[in-house]
Design a protein around this ligand. Sequence first.
Ligand code: AHG
Ligand code: MN
Ligand code: MN
Length: 339
Amino acid sequence: METSNRNRIITLDEFILKQQKEYTSSTGELTNLLRDIGVAAKIINREVNKAGLVNILGVAGAENESGDTVQKLDIYANDKLIECLGNSGECAAIASEELENFVALPPVAKKKPKYVVVFDPLDGSSNIDVNVSVGTIFSIYRRISDPAGPITIDDFLQPGTSLVAAGYVLYGTSTILVYTTGHGVNGFTLDPSIGEFCISHRDIKIPEDGAYYAVNQGYYLKFDLEMRRYIDHCSDMNFGLRYIGSMVSDIHRIMIQGGIFLYPHTRKYPKGKLRLLYECNPMAMIVEQAGGIAITCNLERILDLPVNDLHQRATISIGSPKMVSEMKAFVEKYSAVKS
Ligand code: AHG
Ligand code: MN
Ligand code: MN
């Protein structure tokens, strides 16, 4: 009798291995790297889940490079990612939202690693103390400096179009890891009973249009006229406003249900608040791979932006193609009115 394997569990490790063989003359390096990130995600997940039980909640008493208050779990997640990325020896160096400079990792067994990894270890960390979803964002670039020499800043200051892979982990009602290596986007939900990420969302396609918008409406009066007009339009259309304060959570909802996420510039953040390297580029790659659009509020494609600084900020408008295109039309119309 033939047995159907339609319901067979496919773990993240198995999927990565298969996909790498399918699309690349895989040497296993990227596979190892993604596996290291998967392990870090499980450890961070464990800590996030028990955050209410141990003395790890709250502010660590410092500000990070971008001037935000650092939460204890930010530091924990940052350290775990660095530790796990040191496991396979495939990561030459890392840069993190929580660190001023990039850090070269010690070599493992004479390996000459080809990749560098950048991450926002905990996104939406102000949500931790109130038991609301947080995330991790990561991205992988191919090292461009001479492998015989030291890692240089240029290995990190690469545009989003050079990304090899990007992904996020959402620690929500369940924990999901979503990633792309440029061949579509797949999602894996953590099954706590077996401790494995298992495929749950194959080839995610963002809905063409949506009826939700995500923006910090509290800053409405600080936005430019064109952005205010677009937000008025969303309200006129009776679109639902959803804003979690964690970009990962807001964009994950949009990936599944459709919608638009906006973080325009304000007086406090004249260049936008979100970081190009750690937040905007990886989320832009994922959303574009799912069929969406990611542009700045000045209408430049996020992935094409030159990266000049590890902690550079950008404005962002990202999500369902129809909604982002409509936002673009408002900006074109109302900036013309101003000039
Ligand atoms: P982080 O916790 O990594 O600093 O990121 C928080 C970011 C982003 O995830 C979120 O969308 C945004 O900041 C919220 O900012 P506001 O509170 O200004 O709306
Ligand atoms: Mn963040
Ligand atoms: Mn963060």
